[in-house]
Structures are given as C-alpha cells and as structure tokens.
Ligand binder design. Structure first.
Ligand code: CTP
Ligand code: CA
Length: 233
C-alpha cells in the first residue's frame, strides 16, 4: 500500500496492541506455549502507526518479524508479564487491541530445577491453574471513551456456528468490538468466502472478507476509528 494513500485518522490517539503467544514455564528449560505467529498483531501496530497513532506493541513470542517503524515495543514472555505490561500502557491509552494468544492456563508450579525422568518415580502430571483474563480486566478498568477490542478464533461445532460462538464471547467479554477469525475445516462451509466477522457491542455485525493481515488490520482500524468517534460524542 502507498503510505501517502493511508488516512491519518488515528492522529493524536494512543493505541496499545498485544501480539504473539505467551509461554508458561514448567522448569528452567521447558514451557507450555502456542503457535501464534504474532503477524496479525504486528500488522495492526504497523497500520495504526502509518495512520498517525502513537503505538505501543506488547509482544509475546512471535516468529521473526520486522519491527514496525515508529512503534514502541515492549517484550514479554508469560501471560502474567503481558497482563502487567498491557495494564500499564492501557492506563493512558485511547484504544487497546488484544490480538495476543494469551495462555488460559499455566503450570501450577514452576520446578526450580530441570525435571528429570526416573525409573523408580511415577511419571509426572502437569497441574494447571488459570491465568487472569487480561481482556476482561481491561473492560472492567476501562476509562471513559476508551475503546477495547478483542480477538477470537472460532470454529463452528455441534453447539453452534462461528457467529453464535462469537456473539456469546462478545457478551461474555464485554469489549466494544470483537474481531472473529473463522478457523478450521468448517470455515468454507460456515462463512463462505469470509475470513470472519467484526462484531460491535451495539449489535452491528460485519463480515470481514478473506484478505491479507494488513487488509484485516485496515478493516479493524476503520471500525475502531468509527467507534471511537461515537463513544466520544
Ligand atoms: N484473552 C486475554 N486473557 C486471557 C485469555 C484471552 O486477554 N487470559 C483475550 C485474547 O487476547 C482475545 C480474547 O481474550 O482478545 C479472546 O480470547 P479467547 O481465547 O478466544 O477467549 P477465552 O475467553 O479464553 O475463551 P476460550 O475458552 O474459547 O479460549
Ligand atoms: Ca483462550
């Protein structure tokens, strides 16, 4: 995209974007993680900066990605570190977008030394405990006029379609906008040529056409800019 073709509609706005996956340590050398690449969050940060926003990117683990120009990057590893970093930046932000894949659970204990296998001990069991829900905490701490955006990857199943699950998640999370990626084998059947949906707390629902992560980022910022304008007036 030509840089001069982009609108500067986010000028003067402070934006926080989280990206990538968290890692939850089991012992000094092992962790529970996920396959998030971080590409969508990085694209959101890059496009927001191009459109004039002051952007902080809270990045968990990602594939190797170019640092978006003009973006402040804070690197974190665990969900708890991401929680602290996001909360701190969000306090003065106009818009917070949680694009990160935050681990729902962490090992209940972190072994001080490398876990060893042994023939006279039973094999270990990993006990998990819940991580805090960062998005839910952001919603609870939302400052007046602040826009909070969540992401969700959903598949349709016997309990409902992608859209059914997404509507329920939007309600449960209480965020202003939910960006829903339709994933998995059911996608073509579920949503035809759509990559997902953009759901707003006011009930507006828009399909997101299949496209690049930059295009999805542009679609999200269009919606956020629109929403922010109305939440201010
Ligand atoms: N999220 C978060 N903190 C967590 C888990 C999720 O902030 N501990 C955020 C994600 O960054 C995303 C949104 O919540 O923006 C939805 O994540 P998702 O995993 O789809 O939702 P969950 O409530 O964890 O539900 P599920 O049981 O389907 O995983
Ligand atoms: Ca989850």
């Amino acid at each position: 995209a030509r840089r001069d073709a982009l609108p500067r509609d986010l000028e003067g706005l402070r934006v926080v974007v989280s990206a990538g996956g968290t890692r939850e340590p089991l012992d000094p050398v092992r962790y529970l993680g996920n396959r998030s690449s971080g590409k969508q969050g990085y694209a959101l940060a890059r496009v927001a900066a191009q459109r004039g926003a002051e952007v902080t990117l809270v990045a968990g683990h990602t594939v190797v990605l170019p640092e978006p120009p003009g973006v402040t990057i804070t690197r974190v590893s665990t969900a708890e570190e991401m929680r602290v970093a996001v909360r701190e930046s969000a306090a003065s932000a106009d818009i917070v977008v949680m694009a990160a894949a935050v681990a729902d659970f962490r090992p209940a204990g972190r072994a001080e030394y490398k876990i060893k296998k042994s023939d006279d001990q039973p094999d270990p069991t990993i006990v998990l405990e819940r991580n805090a829900d960062i998005l839910a905490e952001l919603v609870a701490a939302r400052t007046p006029g602040q826009v909070v955006v969540g992401f969700a990857a959903e598949t349709g199943d016997e309990h409902g379609s992608v859209l059914d699950h997404a509507r329920a998640k939007l309600k449960r999370k209480g965020c202003d906008l939910l960006v829903v990626n339709a994933v998995g084998d059911g996608r073509a059947f579920e949503v035809e040529d759509n990559a997902g949906w953009l759901l707003a707390a006011d009930g507006e629902e828009r399909p997101i056409p299949l496209g690049s992560k930059s295009q999805l980022a542009a679609t999200v910022w269009d919606a956020v800019a629109h929403f922010h304008q109305y939440s201010r007036s």
